[in-house]
Design a protein around this ligand. Structure first.
Ligand code: KIV
Ligand code: NA
Length: 265
């Protein structure tokens, strides 16, 4: 199979073919996501929430991201693998950002990195790009700044914030980013931004006009029970299926129906 490249993603936008992106954090899940034909696998710092059980994405470390990413890379035969630079691994200065990106590429074997923010991180973005590492931007609701925002509600509803987002998006494209995630912003704004850029936008809670979509795999498969925002379409109820299977197993053990004689040596 031919690997998806950043160049192919640009062509997909140019011909109007939508881009599919999903998260994965481990080998087994990534293998399923890749085999199904997902274009981009994001090793998101949402691993901090769904894998480690933290309330925010802030606690996850660069070493932990590299562990998750290396597991995903071993499974991804076709998808482009993008890895989040975690909180604290790039904000210090552009040299720190470059070193973190290099570790992700070298130790995990990833194909690209994602970084939250606009003009504030311009120097870091261009320094990473100078090393030949493809960079995906991330604007709108940027969860690493949750303590600044205070809530996970829709961003950029006010014109001043919308204007900054438009400028940030153009700046990221000008610097050389290959795509930009737009998280939880009004569909009309995402449409304007998508039309103003030649690089693809990938939306989550940003409406139908983005050039691609991304969801957290545990959310779309219904593994998490509690998380049900409006933007989330749940494609399965794995929580129920897994719960049922596990209950059946427990019951079979308790009633001594598992294992039976065909299941023993
Ligand atoms: O960490 C993550 O899963 C993400 C996506 C929601 C875009 O950044
Ligand atoms: Na993230």
């Amino acid at each position: 199979v031919k690997r998806i490249t950043t160049h192919i993603l640009q062509e997909m936008k140019a011909r109007g073919e939508k881009i599919s992106m999903l998260t994965a954090y481990d080998y087994s899940m990534a293998a399923i996501v890749d085999e199904a034909g997902t274009d981009i696998i994001l090793v998101g710092d949402s691993a901090s929430n769904v894998m480690a059980g933290h309330e925010t994405t802030l606690p996850i470390t660069l070493d932990q991201m590299i562990y998750h990413a290396s597991s995903v890379v071993r499974a991804a035969k076709r998808a482009l693998v993008t890895v989040d630079l975690p909180f604290g691994s790039y904000q210090g200065n552009s040299k720190e950002a470059l070193n973190s990106a290099i570790r992700i590429m070298k130790e995990a074997g990833a194909h690209s990195v994602k970084i939250e923010g606009g003009v504030e991180i311009a120097e870091s973005v261009s320094r990473i790009l100078t090393a030949g590492i493809p960079v995906m931007g991330h604007l709108g609701l940027t969860p690493q700044s949750i303590y600044k925002f205070g809530t996970y509600t829709v961003r950029a509803k006010q014109e001043s914030e919308a204007q900054k987002l438009r400028e940030d998006a153009l700046k990221l494209q000008e610097l050389g980013c290959f795509a930009i995630v737009l998280e939880k912003i009004p569909a009309a704004l995402a449409k304007q931004v998508s039309e103003s850029l030649s690089i693809p936008t990938i939306g989550i809670g940003a409406g139908r006009y983005c050039d691609g979509q991304v969801l957290v795999i545990h959310d779309m498969l219904g593994i998490n029970k509690e998380f049900k925002p409006r933007f989330l379409r749940q494609y399965a109820n794995l929580n129920e299926i897994m719960n049922g299977a596990i209950k059946n197993y427990i019951s079979d053990v308790k009633t001594k129906s598992f294992p039976n004689e065909k299941e023993e040596y």
